[in-house]
Design a protein around this ligand. Structure first.
Ligand SMILES: NC(=O)c1ccc[n+]([C@@H]2O[C@H](COP(=O)([O-])OP(=O)(O)OC[C@H]3O[C@@H](n4cnc5c(N)ncnc54)[C@H](OP(=O)(O)O)[C@@H]3O)[C@@H](O)[C@H]2O)c1
Length: 294
């Protein structure tokens, strides 16, 4: 009696796997039932991925700045999640090196974590993401782009500071921010990576239910019982305040510019894509704040 042949599971790789999002993506692949032996964590420092190795995940050195590491890291990989580099100013070169290595290794599908509205926004972070998207498109590789909105953790990581001051200070005005948790973005990226790739190729604007910074303050107040309010400043006044607290002028101007992008609505999306990819509602701001304070 002949047995029905089973297709071998494809091999998946995730870059930046010792970072927050990459690690969550590896976890999401394993939760999806992909055998650990088919999952490869691409990391700068394998010594920092021992916990992943213990789970049976393959750990390979891959440094965006050392193209000699990228070819061996991608050998035999069929699907790659390229987590964007945190090194602003140098990212297009770094991402291009990975995409070129993926092409040389005949990777069959690449998912790249970009930023919300990458090709139609004044957000200062966007040009490097848009340029990477262009490199990916020009590579001829099948791809999906996860245009992630803000992480809720950008705010929840600062809750103790907000509680101490009794206020959130910014320049985002009434701008709505479609933020979501890193875990939700990671799970969505894994759906784009591991699903039927013909369903998922292209560009996905991802974000959770939108909120203003006043809504954020109200949510923190409600969850903690400690009054936190939102104080809105002009871009100039916010920049000046940040420099007074010791931030260098360039960084202060950059941070204020992100809030001004929010004020212009550049961090908002009405796209249902995140919810659709997750197959459930994204984690709410309320639940994310509650999880951050317990
Ligand atoms: N949407 C948002 O609100 C938001 C906010 C912040 C950042 N981001 C973007 O999203 C990305 C992922 O976010 P995250 O929170 O996971 O950031 P993260 O925790 O800082 O992780 C970044 C990862 O990139 C790796 N990396 C840095 N330089 C590298 C290089 N030369 N070669 C290979 N890997 C390198 C780091 O490696 P090590 O572990 O060795 O340090 C780390 O694993 C960030 O890199 C940034 O592009 C988005």
């Amino acid at each position: 009696m002949s047995e029905t042949p089973t297709m071998p599971a494809p091999s998946f790789a995730v870059t930046g796997a010792t970072g927050h999002l990459g690690r969550l993506a590896v976890d999401a692949l394993l939760r999806r039932g992909i055998p650990a032996g088919n999952v490869f964590a691409l990391v700068r420092d394998p010594a920092r991925a021992e916990d992943l190795a213990e789970l049976g995940v393959g750990v390979r050195e891959a440094d965006y700045d050392r193209p000699d590491t990228l070819g061996p890291a991608l050998e035999g990989i069929e699907r790659l999640l390229l987590v964007s580099s945190p090194t602003t100013g140098d990212r297009v070169r770094q991402h291009t090196a990975v995409i070129e290595a993926a092409n040389a290794a005949d990777v069959g599908h690449v998912v790249y974590t970009s930023v919300i509205h990458a090709d139609e926004t004044e957000l200062l972070l966007a040009p490097e993401h848009a340029a990477t998207e262009d490199v990916l498109q020009g590579s001829g590789l099948p791809f999906a782009v996860a245009r992630n909105g803000w992480y809720i953790e950008n705010y929840t990581a600062r809750i103790s500071e907000f509680l101490e001051r009794g206020e959130i200070v910014g320049a985002a005005g009434e701008g709505r921010i479609s933020a979501a948790t890193r875990a939700d973005y990671a799970e969505a990226a894994v759906t784009l990576l591991a699903g039927d790739i013909t369903d998922y190729q292209g560009y996905w604007e991802l974000g959770g239910p939108s909120f203003t910074l006043a809504d954020l303050a109200a949510t923190i107040t409600e969850v903690t019982g400690t009054q936190v309010s939102y104080r809105d400043l002009s871009g100039e006044d916010f920049t000046a305040l940040l420099t007074e607290t010791g931030m260098d002028a360039d960084t202060a101007g950059f941070v204020a510019s992100l809030d001004l992008s929010a004020a212009r609505g550049e961090l908002q999306t009405d796209s249902p894509a995140l919810e659709n990819l997750l197959g459930r509602a994204p984690t709410s701001l309320h639940d994310a704040v509650r999880a951050a304070v317990v």
